[in-house]
Design a protein. Sequence first.
Lengths: 127, 99, 130
Amino acid sequence: MTEEDAGGVAKRFLYVNRRAPYGTIYALESLEVVLIGAAFEQDVSLAFLGDGVYQLTKGQDTKGLAMKNFSPTFRALEDYDVTKLYVEQEALQARGLSEADLVVAVEVVSAERMAEIMEAQDVILSF
Amino acid sequence: MLHTVNKSPFEHKALEACLKFARQGSAVLLIEDGVYAAARDTAVSQQVQEALKSVSIYALKPDVEARGMQDRVMDGVRLVDYGGFVDLVAEHNAVQSWL
Amino acid sequence: MKFGILVNEGPYTHEASDTAYQFVKAALAKGHDIYRVFFYHDGVNNGTRLTVPPQDERNVVKRWSELAAQHKLDLVLCIAAAQRRGLMDAAEAKRNGKDADNLAPGFRISGLGQLIEAGIQADRLVVFGD
């Protein structure tokens, strides 16, 4: 079975990101799943809640940490047909952030709307 | 949807986040350190009691017992074993783990 | 019902691997199928055969291996996460010029595609982590 024909009807996959980058590896490794998963042509969404919104902020300069700055990868997701990026409005506000502070175009949603999106998913991956 | 929460509500935001996004009629299963949220008379008991009005709340019995909480579980929170955990997963369309 | 399982943490430090194991056992006892158990992040550390836990403690790695043998489970370590953390099978060790391999019986190392595939093919995917 090739990766491309692994299934019939596309399932709705939601990747839930609640952690900030660099302090732990979860943000980076979950993005790696998204990239690999893109080849499977499922219906993919990414949700950024709580500290997860920090993964998307502009101006990340990781030279001093000798770590890879992977935030530009979020801009490349479009090329993989992963375009549904949802950011929790309250999380942005609590952190003094706005959409203008993010590296990529996202849909900022209320908790209510996010809950609706989550309820509609078939597979939810948390890291 | 079934939601699982494995963190203590006193040190982490996982339960708060879960309850914020869990829709009416969903189920929340407290596991591992998450079972502390099932205790009576804590700083979060009121929030949990309130949540019981819209979601079903369960706690994983082996985790409750390991932590000596078996006599402190609030009314309305149902204890399940691992078999019950499996049944809950099977009964709901998807599972979301609040880690 | 077919379950896909994702384990994100290693043995002992977090309860994740324990809870996952007990869940899998209970699911099998109820006649369900386990499509795959996928280990990611530090979860790959569940696959080293070099652990020597105290005699009076549960042997997390060994019981995964035993459960896998008993029920023909597919236990998969993510290759990228395994490489970062030093989990190798014999072929990988040779390929990477390492002088040892440490993969426990019943586990295999493969790509992240196996996780996605489990999500697609199983009826439910359950995540155990920190």
